[in-house]
Design a protein around this ligand. Sequence first.
Ligand code: NAD
Length: 248
Amino acid sequence: MSIDAIEKARKLIQKSQKISAFTGAGISVDSGIPDFRSEGGLWERYDPYEYATYDGFLSDPSKFWTMGQELAEVILKADPNPAHDALATLEKSGKIVGIITQNIDNLHQRAGNSHVIELHGNYLKAYCMKCKKEYVGETIHRRVANGDIPPYCDECDGVLKSEAILFGEPLPENAMANAIEVCKKSDLMLVIGTSLQVYPAAYLPQLAKNNGAKVILVNLEGTNRDGVADILLRGRAAKILPEIIPKE
Ligand code: NAD
């Protein structure tokens, strides 16, 4: 990656006024949360396409919660990294129109971003599938760690489900509509740490572009949708983001 590309990205960010970010698992890898492709991680032991499907959860919630216990341990000990912090800096400058994330780890909010659209929900919240009572995820994860698998509602005995969306489950109400609105408002979209393979989310950068936004794509590896980028920055988000978004 050339210094020239970093410099171009920095200038584009400086002159843009309505910036959005679209983030995926890659932005949280340097916080210690593996993406689906990292070696030696959680997903080598638990194939997400087997352990995290909605149909699978409905027929046997124990399977999900067994994997979920390990995922909770990883997420609960993670902290925001310099890439999350850089996006929070951008919000302080008043230029952020929204962060659209596929992540379920709450790290954007913890870094200080307030307008976060979680397309795939949040792993630190749970609810009863029967009476809809809401639970703090951390409390449930503690119960699960103590062998309460699957966890049941203390009011009605319904099964508890994490608010994170499983494969085959509809997206949270309004999430996509809100994300589309953010795309249309943007004059620049930063696409960070996503393989752009999961739909319909993967279409969002193109939508922003069709509505006149420039796109900066930051990712460790190539994606099938690199063509959407005006500036392509290959590398780790935690290194690149602080370079293109200087602290004020
Ligand atoms: P993905 O695993 O499909 O792709 C991640 C991408 O990030 C890859 O292309 C990889 O090259 C890149 N990457 C890895 N490390 C990076 C780094 N340090 N800096 C920059 N890029 C890096 O993830 P996805 O596109 O988000 O989609 C898969 C699904 O996984 C999503 O639905 C998401 O909900 C879920 N997921 C979320 C988390 C989380 O909340 N942190 C973790 C794992 C998976």
